[in-house]
Design a protein around this ligand. Structure first.
Ligand code: ZN
Length: 240
């Protein structure tokens, strides 16, 4: 018998131990500070060079730049290396799951990635590190090297829609998997949260690893309230 496909939906809690705050969460920076929210809102960003200048500085000074993968990321890689088919659907933009060693093609980034930038005119993609080097060298708002267009982080800003292709792939995985583990997600942001429901309705065993109750708890076969850094490695080593 082939091994079951394990899907992992990773929310902000997955990267908390790496020192990355939950900016999007109910108590996160974007909700508390409307000025900060403008830095990640598409219309404000496109309209105002001063917002862009501050947004680049925010990216450069973010704790995410220096963050390292944690035990939860490494546990997912260990499961994959044990031969279990694994797909990670992440709400995080930190790229830490790939940096921990999971192949790119096994990670779906619902909210994009802060490790790359895209041109809003020609859509060319390049590295965030390179853009931030230009910022440090004195360019307040570095333009696209190819066409001079406005560059932005390759993340989904407020006011932008999710990539329909990435979302469709995520739904396909939710339908096809035998085990669906939601980790560190409040399961309150759609459409990401609905993936848990799709998986459970498709017959997958739904496991929720999160400190707080979620709207999908009633559908879960297992609910784990322990800290993610210890709970996830235990859970995954039992599957591997
Ligand atoms: Zn361009």
């Amino acid at each position: 018998m082939s091994k079951p496909l394990v899907a992992i939906l990773a929310g902000a809690g997955m990267s908390t131990d790496s020192g990355i705050p939950d900016d999007r969460g109910p108590n996160g920076l974007w909700r508390r500070d409307p000025e900060a929210e403008k830095l990640v809102t598409y219309s404000s960003y496109m309209a105002d060079p001063e917002i862009r200048r501050r947004s680049w500085l925010m990216r450069r000074d973010s704790p995410a730049v220096k963050a390292e993968p944690n035990a939860a990321h490494r546990a997912v890689v260990a499961l994959e290396r044990s031969g279990v088919p694994v797909r990670v659907i992440t709400q995080n933009i930190d790229g830490l799951q790939q940096r921990a060693g999971l192949p790119e093609r096994k990670v779906l980034e619902l909210h994009g990635t802060a490790r790359a930038v895209t041109c809003t005119r020609c859509h060319a993609r390049s590295s965030m590190a390179e853009a931030l080097e230009r910022v440090t060298a004195g360019e307040a708002d570095p333009p696209c090297a190819l066409c001079g267009g406005i560059l932005k982080s390759a993340t989904i800003m407020f006011g932008e829609r999710l990539d329909p292709e990435v979302l469709a792939q995520a739904m396909g995985i939710a339908k096809a998997c035998q085990v669906f583990i939601a980790v560190g997600s409040t399961l309150q942001v759609q459409p990401a949260a609905s993936l848990a429901g799709i998986a459970a309705q498709g017959g997958a065993r739904l496991v929720i690893v999160n400190a707080d109750p979620s709207p999908y708890d009633a559908l879960a076969a297992d609910i784990v309230r322990e800290p993610i850094g210890t709970a996830l490695p235990q859970l995954l080593s039992a599957l591997g």
